[in-house]
Design a protein around this ligand. Structure first.
Ligand SMILES: Nc1ncnc2c1ncn2[C@@H]1O[C@H](COP(=O)(O)OP(=O)(O)OP(=O)(O)O)[C@@H](O)[C@H]1O
Ligand SMILES: [Mg+2]
Length: 344
């Protein structure tokens, strides 16, 4: 388990003190994939760099399995660092070395024999889907393949924790998905804790189970991904979530306005479905019960998160007000969140 307790990091610069991380309290359970999201300069990298001792806190403590990182030095610190692998946006590969030699590098530094290092590296190349490419040089690989090398190298010393700092930010969406699938796979296979920094909410949605949102060095919101997606509280979280859950929110608002103008008697409702609800024919059931209602679907989308699906549907209902009330009550009975955006 990782525990940040009242952690603050202040950099002294010529321009004055920079409060990169402020009063952070955060616990990350073993085997979890914990997302850390925030805009540039929020303090994400500084926070995770304190995990492998690349930065030391100005105050507070960072513990891994009850061991305080800050007080470790020499051999103890090196041992601790072996428990943590790290991958980066720009891969940080050695360009004059082959795939296999890149993966072997941390093993050689750790003092393993060449034969043992090679055997391990071959196994890791296989694990990350690079079998057959062991002798290639980084310049001969696609971005996704380069990141696979980065991942294999990060796993070389059998870490318990993998830190990923924007590891998919330089990749196209398809390759991003493939690399995220790989991270999810090794998280399950190796019971690896993954701390994942990103500014892309879809990365969080796809593989993280928990998320912390950072702004100005502080964690302003944290919790299970689905909860934070469902009910974002802080403005910054809402911005991230809205970008993701309703990418065309502005279009939708315009559409709603147009519909309101066109059908002033209509009732416009936003429905939010969680988990298995998103798979059920709830709306058609509602129409069967209230057969006199007319329904227009304005917009809909479903997003998969690690803890289930979240669906969002904008509908316009016209008909007898009593039937509309009945239909809305019916939806509420099925625990579908309903929000009436406009009522005649
Ligand atoms: N070594 C340093 N010396 C001085 N200031 C620093 C140092 N490292 C980071 N900072 C400052 O601390 C703040 C947080 O930086 P950090 O790199 O942690 O942000 P970030 O959330 O990772 O941003 P990005 O998304 O751009 O990577 C920034 O204002 C940054 O300029
Ligand atoms: Mg950063």
């Amino acid at each position: 388990m990782i525990e940040f307790k009242d952690v603050t990091k202040t950099f002294a610069t010529k321009q004055g003190a920079v409060h990169a991380v402020q009063d952070v309290n955060l616990s990350i359970e073993d085997g979890h994939i914990y997302g850390i999201v925030g805009y540039s300069g929020a303090g994400k990298s500084t926070l995770v760099r304190m995990l492998n001792g690349l930065e030391t806190p100005t105050s507070g403590s960072v513990d891994i399995d009850g061991v305080e990182i800050t007080v470790l030095t020499g051999t103890k610190l090196r041992e601790q660092r072996h428990k943590i692998g790290m991958i980066f946006q720009h891969f940080n590969l050695l360009w004059s070395r082959t795939v296999l030699q890149n993966i072997m590098f941390p093993l050689e530094i750790a003092g393993q024999s060449k034969a043992a290092a090679q055997k391990k590296a071959e196994h890791l190349a296989d694990l990350v889907g690079l079998a057959g490419r062991e002798q290639a040089y980084p310049s001969e690989l696609s971005g996704g393949q380069k990141q696979r090398v980065g991942i294999a190298r990060a796993l070389a010393n059998d870490p318990q924790i993998l830190l990923s700092d924007e590891a998919t930010s330089a990749l196209d969406p398809q390759t991003t998905d493939e690399v995220l699938d790989l991270l999810l796979d090794i998280n399950k296979k190796l019971n690896l804790t993954i701390v994942l920094i990103t500014h892309e909410m879809h990365v969080i949605r796809k593989i993280a189970d928990h998320v912390a949102v950072m702004e100005d060095g502080k964690i302003v919101e944290q919790g299970p991904v689905l909860e934070v997606f469902k009910r974002p509280k802080q403005a910054v979280t809402k911005r991230f979530v809205n970008e993701e859950v309703t990418p065309s929110l502005h279009d939708t608002t315009a559409v709603v306005e147009q519909l309101v103008a066109k059908y002033p008697k209509g009732t416009i409702v936003q429905l939010t479905f969680h988990g298995d609800q998103a798979k059920l024919p709830i709306v058609s059931e509602m129409l069967k019960q209230y057969g006199n209602l007319d329904l227009n679907i304005i917009e809909g989308n479903i997003h998969q998160t690690q803890e289930g699906a979240i669906g969002s549907l904008y509908i316009q209902i016209t008909g007898d007000p009593a039937d509309i009330d009945g239909a809305l009550a019916y939806l509420q009975k099925l625990r579908v969140e309903t929000e009436v955006l406009n009522r005649e």
